[in-house]
Design a binder for this molecule. Structure first.
Ligand code: F6P
Length: 341
Protein backbone atom coordinates (compact mmCIF):
# COMPACT_ATOMS: atom_id res chain seq x y z
CA UNK A 1 0.00 0.00 0.00
CA UNK A 2 1.29 3.46 -0.88
CA UNK A 3 -0.27 6.46 0.85
CA UNK A 4 -0.02 10.11 -0.16
CA UNK A 5 0.04 12.77 2.59
CA UNK A 6 -0.58 16.52 2.29
CA UNK A 7 -1.12 19.49 4.60
CA UNK A 8 -3.36 22.34 3.37
CA UNK A 9 -4.60 25.74 4.56
CA UNK A 10 -2.99 27.91 7.22
CA UNK A 11 -0.09 26.23 9.02
CA UNK A 12 -0.83 25.01 12.51
CA UNK A 13 1.29 23.78 15.44
CA UNK A 14 1.10 19.97 15.50
CA UNK A 15 1.11 19.31 11.75
CA UNK A 16 4.55 17.73 11.92
CA UNK A 17 3.47 15.57 14.86
CA UNK A 18 0.63 14.18 12.71
CA UNK A 19 2.95 13.51 9.76
CA UNK A 20 5.46 11.73 12.01
CA UNK A 21 2.78 9.55 13.62
CA UNK A 22 1.32 8.61 10.22
CA UNK A 23 4.69 7.53 8.86
CA UNK A 24 5.80 5.72 12.02
CA UNK A 25 2.54 3.78 12.33
CA UNK A 26 2.28 3.07 8.61
CA UNK A 27 5.85 1.85 8.16
CA UNK A 28 6.39 0.06 11.47
CA UNK A 29 2.95 -1.53 11.97
CA UNK A 30 1.84 -2.18 8.40
CA UNK A 31 4.84 -1.93 6.06
CA UNK A 32 3.18 0.88 4.06
CA UNK A 33 5.06 3.35 1.87
CA UNK A 34 4.41 7.08 1.75
CA UNK A 35 4.65 9.94 -0.72
CA UNK A 36 4.59 13.52 0.59
CA UNK A 37 2.84 16.09 -1.57
CA UNK A 38 4.12 19.65 -1.26
CA UNK A 39 2.02 22.72 -0.43
CA UNK A 40 -1.43 21.29 0.13
CA UNK A 41 -3.53 20.54 -2.95
CA UNK A 42 -0.91 22.24 -5.14
CA UNK A 43 1.23 19.09 -4.69
CA UNK A 44 -1.05 16.57 -6.38
CA UNK A 45 -2.27 19.25 -8.80
CA UNK A 46 1.21 20.19 -10.05
CA UNK A 47 2.99 16.92 -9.28
CA UNK A 48 5.17 18.24 -6.46
CA UNK A 49 6.14 15.17 -4.49
CA UNK A 50 8.82 14.50 -1.84
CA UNK A 51 10.26 11.48 -0.07
CA UNK A 52 8.39 10.64 3.13
CA UNK A 53 9.94 7.84 5.17
CA UNK A 54 11.05 7.30 8.76
CA UNK A 55 14.36 9.21 8.42
CA UNK A 56 12.44 12.13 6.83
CA UNK A 57 10.23 12.51 9.93
CA UNK A 58 12.96 12.17 12.53
CA UNK A 59 13.16 15.15 14.92
CA UNK A 60 10.07 16.94 13.63
CA UNK A 61 7.68 16.24 16.55
CA UNK A 62 8.23 19.55 18.39
CA UNK A 63 8.59 21.71 15.29
CA UNK A 64 5.88 24.18 14.27
CA UNK A 65 4.80 24.65 10.65
CA UNK A 66 4.79 21.70 8.28
CA UNK A 67 7.71 19.94 6.60
CA UNK A 68 5.40 19.36 3.60
CA UNK A 69 4.61 23.04 3.13
CA UNK A 70 1.09 24.38 2.77
CA UNK A 71 -1.06 26.57 0.54
CA UNK A 72 -4.66 27.53 -0.03
CA UNK A 73 -4.70 26.03 -3.56
CA UNK A 74 -8.16 24.87 -4.59
CA UNK A 75 -8.06 22.23 -7.38
CA UNK A 76 -11.85 22.48 -7.74
CA UNK A 77 -11.40 26.00 -9.10
CA UNK A 78 -8.78 24.98 -11.67
CA UNK A 79 -9.80 23.78 -15.12
CA UNK A 80 -9.33 20.00 -15.19
CA UNK A 81 -8.10 20.18 -11.59
CA UNK A 82 -9.72 16.97 -10.35
CA UNK A 83 -8.45 15.05 -13.38
CA UNK A 84 -4.91 16.36 -12.85
CA UNK A 85 -4.97 15.42 -9.17
CA UNK A 86 -6.09 11.90 -10.05
CA UNK A 87 -3.43 11.53 -12.76
CA UNK A 88 -0.65 12.60 -10.42
CA UNK A 89 -1.83 10.29 -7.65
CA UNK A 90 -1.76 7.44 -10.21
CA UNK A 91 1.69 8.53 -11.43
CA UNK A 92 3.04 7.94 -7.91
CA UNK A 93 1.10 4.70 -7.45
CA UNK A 94 -0.88 6.23 -4.59
CA UNK A 95 -3.60 3.88 -3.32
CA UNK A 96 -4.99 6.26 -0.72
CA UNK A 97 -4.51 9.83 0.41
CA UNK A 98 -4.43 11.38 3.89
CA UNK A 99 -5.37 15.08 3.74
CA UNK A 100 -4.62 17.13 6.85
CA UNK A 101 -6.49 20.42 6.88
CA UNK A 102 -9.40 22.58 7.89
CA UNK A 103 -12.83 23.13 6.35
CA UNK A 104 -11.44 24.13 2.94
CA UNK A 105 -8.84 21.37 2.53
CA UNK A 106 -11.24 18.74 3.86
CA UNK A 107 -14.07 20.16 1.73
CA UNK A 108 -11.92 19.43 -1.33
CA UNK A 109 -11.16 15.97 0.11
CA UNK A 110 -14.90 15.28 0.44
CA UNK A 111 -15.46 16.34 -3.17
CA UNK A 112 -12.57 14.18 -4.43
CA UNK A 113 -13.99 11.33 -2.38
CA UNK A 114 -17.24 11.68 -4.30
CA UNK A 115 -15.17 11.52 -7.50
CA UNK A 116 -13.71 8.17 -6.38
CA UNK A 117 -10.41 9.19 -4.71
CA UNK A 118 -9.74 7.08 -1.61
CA UNK A 119 -9.18 9.75 1.00
CA UNK A 120 -9.09 10.01 4.80
CA UNK A 121 -9.06 13.40 6.54
CA UNK A 122 -7.30 14.73 9.64
CA UNK A 123 -8.92 17.86 11.10
CA UNK A 124 -6.58 20.81 11.65
CA UNK A 125 -7.18 24.42 12.56
CA UNK A 126 -6.12 26.76 15.32
CA UNK A 127 -9.69 28.16 15.12
CA UNK A 128 -11.20 24.91 16.49
CA UNK A 129 -14.26 25.46 14.32
CA UNK A 130 -14.44 22.13 12.50
CA UNK A 131 -17.68 20.35 13.15
CA UNK A 132 -17.61 16.67 14.09
CA UNK A 133 -14.60 16.88 16.43
CA UNK A 134 -14.52 18.25 19.97
CA UNK A 135 -11.10 19.81 19.41
CA UNK A 136 -8.55 20.29 16.66
CA UNK A 137 -4.80 20.33 17.35
CA UNK A 138 -3.20 23.79 17.18
CA UNK A 139 -6.02 25.36 19.12
CA UNK A 140 -4.44 24.72 22.53
CA UNK A 141 -1.14 26.26 21.39
CA UNK A 142 -2.90 29.33 19.98
CA UNK A 143 -4.92 29.80 23.17
CA UNK A 144 -1.79 29.55 25.29
CA UNK A 145 0.07 32.09 23.15
CA UNK A 146 -2.87 34.51 23.36
CA UNK A 147 -3.27 34.00 27.10
CA UNK A 148 0.38 34.77 27.71
CA UNK A 149 0.07 37.91 25.58
CA UNK A 150 -2.99 39.05 27.55
CA UNK A 151 -1.18 38.41 30.86
CA UNK A 152 1.63 40.65 29.67
CA UNK A 153 -0.71 43.37 28.42
CA UNK A 154 -2.45 43.66 31.80
CA UNK A 155 0.58 45.32 33.34
CA UNK A 156 0.81 48.03 30.67
CA UNK A 157 -2.95 48.62 30.75
CA UNK A 158 -2.79 49.10 34.52
CA UNK A 159 0.42 51.17 34.62
CA UNK A 160 -0.80 53.59 31.95
CA UNK A 161 -4.52 53.35 32.69
CA UNK A 162 -5.17 52.56 29.05
CA UNK A 163 -7.68 50.41 27.25
CA UNK A 164 -5.78 47.61 25.53
CA UNK A 165 -7.56 45.86 22.68
CA UNK A 166 -6.15 42.44 21.68
CA UNK A 167 -7.17 41.19 18.23
CA UNK A 168 -6.93 37.42 17.87
CA UNK A 169 -7.64 35.04 14.98
CA UNK A 170 -11.04 33.52 14.35
CA UNK A 171 -12.62 34.18 10.99
CA UNK A 172 -16.05 32.65 11.62
CA UNK A 173 -15.87 31.69 15.27
CA UNK A 174 -14.65 33.00 18.59
CA UNK A 175 -13.20 29.89 20.21
CA UNK A 176 -9.70 31.39 20.58
CA UNK A 177 -11.08 34.74 21.79
CA UNK A 178 -13.35 33.11 24.34
CA UNK A 179 -10.85 30.61 25.74
CA UNK A 180 -7.91 33.02 25.86
CA UNK A 181 -10.09 35.91 27.04
CA UNK A 182 -11.46 33.87 29.94
CA UNK A 183 -8.04 32.40 30.80
CA UNK A 184 -6.41 35.84 30.60
CA UNK A 185 -9.05 37.66 32.65
CA UNK A 186 -10.24 39.99 29.87
CA UNK A 187 -13.20 42.13 30.77
CA UNK A 188 -14.66 42.35 27.27
CA UNK A 189 -14.66 39.38 24.83
CA UNK A 190 -16.14 39.82 21.35
CA UNK A 191 -16.79 36.88 19.03
CA UNK A 192 -18.05 36.68 15.41
CA UNK A 193 -21.10 34.62 16.35
CA UNK A 194 -22.71 37.37 18.43
CA UNK A 195 -22.61 40.92 16.99
CA UNK A 196 -21.69 43.43 19.68
CA UNK A 197 -23.28 46.66 20.79
CA UNK A 198 -20.64 49.41 20.89
CA UNK A 199 -22.41 51.41 23.62
CA UNK A 200 -22.47 48.34 25.81
CA UNK A 201 -18.77 47.70 25.20
CA UNK A 202 -17.96 51.32 26.12
CA UNK A 203 -20.08 50.92 29.26
CA UNK A 204 -18.02 47.87 30.26
CA UNK A 205 -14.80 49.80 29.60
CA UNK A 206 -15.92 52.73 31.77
CA UNK A 207 -16.98 50.40 34.58
CA UNK A 208 -13.53 48.94 34.67
CA UNK A 209 -11.92 52.34 35.18
CA UNK A 210 -14.45 53.14 37.95
CA UNK A 211 -13.19 50.20 40.00
CA UNK A 212 -9.62 51.35 39.43
CA UNK A 213 -8.67 48.71 36.95
CA UNK A 214 -7.73 49.04 33.27
CA UNK A 215 -9.69 47.11 30.69
CA UNK A 216 -8.45 44.41 28.33
CA UNK A 217 -10.74 43.90 25.35
CA UNK A 218 -10.26 40.66 23.39
CA UNK A 219 -11.78 40.73 19.91
CA UNK A 220 -11.83 37.96 17.31
CA UNK A 221 -10.84 39.21 13.84
CA UNK A 222 -14.27 38.23 12.47
CA UNK A 223 -16.30 40.01 15.17
CA UNK A 224 -18.84 42.54 13.89
CA UNK A 225 -20.62 45.51 15.46
CA UNK A 226 -24.39 45.04 15.58
CA UNK A 227 -24.92 48.01 13.27
CA UNK A 228 -21.97 47.54 10.92
CA UNK A 229 -20.13 45.05 8.73
CA UNK A 230 -16.99 42.95 9.00
CA UNK A 231 -13.73 44.93 8.92
CA UNK A 232 -11.43 43.54 6.20
CA UNK A 233 -7.83 44.26 5.23
CA UNK A 234 -8.61 44.78 1.53
CA UNK A 235 -10.92 43.41 -1.16
CA UNK A 236 -8.75 40.45 -2.19
CA UNK A 237 -10.01 36.89 -1.79
CA UNK A 238 -8.20 33.57 -1.60
CA UNK A 239 -8.95 30.52 -3.78
CA UNK A 240 -11.73 29.51 -1.40
CA UNK A 241 -13.36 32.94 -1.59
CA UNK A 242 -12.29 34.19 1.86
CA UNK A 243 -11.53 37.87 2.36
CA UNK A 244 -8.41 38.89 4.31
CA UNK A 245 -9.40 39.93 7.80
CA UNK A 246 -7.73 42.12 10.45
CA UNK A 247 -8.58 45.69 11.32
CA UNK A 248 -11.44 45.27 13.76
CA UNK A 249 -9.04 45.83 16.69
CA UNK A 250 -7.82 49.20 15.35
CA UNK A 251 -11.36 50.26 14.51
CA UNK A 252 -12.60 49.30 17.96
CA UNK A 253 -9.80 51.12 19.80
CA UNK A 254 -10.59 54.26 17.76
CA UNK A 255 -14.28 54.08 18.61
CA UNK A 256 -13.65 53.39 22.31
CA UNK A 257 -11.21 56.32 22.55
CA UNK A 258 -13.62 58.65 20.76
CA UNK A 259 -16.62 57.67 22.87
CA UNK A 260 -15.04 57.31 26.34
CA UNK A 261 -12.14 59.76 26.14
CA UNK A 262 -9.78 57.05 27.44
CA UNK A 263 -6.59 56.25 25.59
CA UNK A 264 -7.00 52.96 23.70
CA UNK A 265 -4.33 50.92 21.86
CA UNK A 266 -4.44 47.72 19.86
CA UNK A 267 -2.21 44.64 19.70
CA UNK A 268 -2.78 42.32 16.74
CA UNK A 269 -1.35 38.88 17.49
CA UNK A 270 -1.66 37.63 13.90
CA UNK A 271 0.53 34.73 12.83
CA UNK A 272 2.34 34.62 16.17
CA UNK A 273 -0.66 32.53 17.24
CA UNK A 274 0.17 29.85 14.69
CA UNK A 275 3.94 29.93 15.02
CA UNK A 276 6.48 27.90 16.91
CA UNK A 277 6.40 24.76 18.91
CA UNK A 278 3.09 23.02 19.77
CA UNK A 279 2.00 22.49 23.38
CA UNK A 280 2.18 18.99 24.86
CA UNK A 281 -1.63 18.72 24.57
CA UNK A 282 -1.47 19.49 20.84
CA UNK A 283 1.38 17.03 20.27
CA UNK A 284 -0.69 14.36 22.05
CA UNK A 285 -3.84 15.01 19.99
CA UNK A 286 -1.94 15.36 16.71
CA UNK A 287 -0.09 12.09 17.37
CA UNK A 288 -3.34 10.23 18.11
CA UNK A 289 -4.97 11.66 14.97
CA UNK A 290 -2.01 10.49 12.87
CA UNK A 291 -2.03 6.97 14.29
CA UNK A 292 -5.79 6.61 13.81
CA UNK A 293 -5.72 8.06 10.28
CA UNK A 294 -3.47 5.20 9.17
CA UNK A 295 -5.81 2.70 10.82
CA UNK A 296 -8.73 4.29 8.96
CA UNK A 297 -6.87 3.75 5.66
CA UNK A 298 -6.09 0.16 6.64
CA UNK A 299 -9.81 -0.42 7.37
CA UNK A 300 -10.87 1.20 4.08
CA UNK A 301 -12.83 3.90 5.95
CA UNK A 302 -12.54 6.36 3.04
CA UNK A 303 -14.61 9.54 3.02
CA UNK A 304 -14.15 9.92 6.78
CA UNK A 305 -11.97 12.03 9.04
CA UNK A 306 -10.59 11.11 12.42
CA UNK A 307 -12.20 13.10 15.22
CA UNK A 308 -12.01 13.56 18.99
CA UNK A 309 -15.18 12.76 20.97
CA UNK A 310 -14.57 12.96 24.68
CA UNK A 311 -11.32 11.05 25.02
CA UNK A 312 -12.00 8.69 22.11
CA UNK A 313 -10.79 9.02 18.54
CA UNK A 314 -13.70 8.19 16.22
CA UNK A 315 -14.40 8.48 12.48
CA UNK A 316 -16.79 11.14 11.19
CA UNK A 317 -18.10 11.43 7.62
CA UNK A 318 -16.11 14.14 5.80
CA UNK A 319 -19.26 15.51 4.20
CA UNK A 320 -21.00 16.10 7.53
CA UNK A 321 -17.86 17.48 9.18
CA UNK A 322 -17.39 20.10 6.45
CA UNK A 323 -21.05 21.05 5.98
CA UNK A 324 -21.02 23.75 8.67
CA UNK A 325 -18.63 25.35 11.13
CA UNK A 326 -18.82 24.67 14.86
CA UNK A 327 -19.77 27.92 16.56
CA UNK A 328 -19.71 29.31 20.11
CA UNK A 329 -23.31 29.18 21.20
CA UNK A 330 -24.87 32.02 23.12
CA UNK A 331 -25.41 30.04 26.32
CA UNK A 332 -21.69 29.19 26.56
CA UNK A 333 -20.69 32.78 25.78
CA UNK A 334 -23.06 34.14 28.41
CA UNK A 335 -21.68 31.79 31.06
CA UNK A 336 -18.84 34.30 31.39
CA UNK A 337 -21.02 37.42 31.50
CA UNK A 338 -20.11 37.97 35.16
CA UNK A 339 -16.55 38.87 34.09
CA UNK A 340 -17.60 41.48 31.53
CA UNK A 341 -17.61 45.12 32.58
O1 F6P B 1 -7.90 29.25 9.47
C1 F6P B 1 -6.87 29.58 10.32
C2 F6P B 1 -6.56 31.05 10.24
O2 F6P B 1 -5.47 31.27 11.08
C3 F6P B 1 -7.73 31.98 10.55
O3 F6P B 1 -7.93 32.20 11.91
C4 F6P B 1 -7.32 33.23 9.82
O4 F6P B 1 -8.42 34.03 9.47
C5 F6P B 1 -6.65 32.71 8.60
O5 F6P B 1 -6.17 31.43 8.92
C6 F6P B 1 -5.52 33.58 8.13
O6 F6P B 1 -4.98 33.02 6.99
P1 F6P B 1 -3.67 33.55 6.25
O7 F6P B 1 -2.52 33.24 7.10
O8 F6P B 1 -3.66 32.78 4.97
O9 F6P B 1 -3.88 35.01 6.05
Amino acid sequence: MRIGVLTGGGDCPGLNAVIRAIVRRGVQSHGYEFVGFRDGWRGPLENLAVRLDVPAVRGILPRGGTVLGSSRTNPLRVDGGVRRVRENLDRHGVDALIAIGGEDTLGVAAELGRAGVRVVGVPKTIDNDLDGTDYTFGFDTAVNICTEAIDRLHTTAESHRRVLVVEVMGRHTGWIALHAGVAGGANVILVPEHPFDLDRVCGWVENRFKINYAPIVVVAEGAVPADGGMVTKDDSRDAFGHVRLSGIGEWLAGEIERRTGKEARTTVLGHIQRGGTPTAADRWLATRFGLHAVDAVRDGAFGTMVALRGTDIVRAPLEAATARVKTVDLALYEEFGVFFG
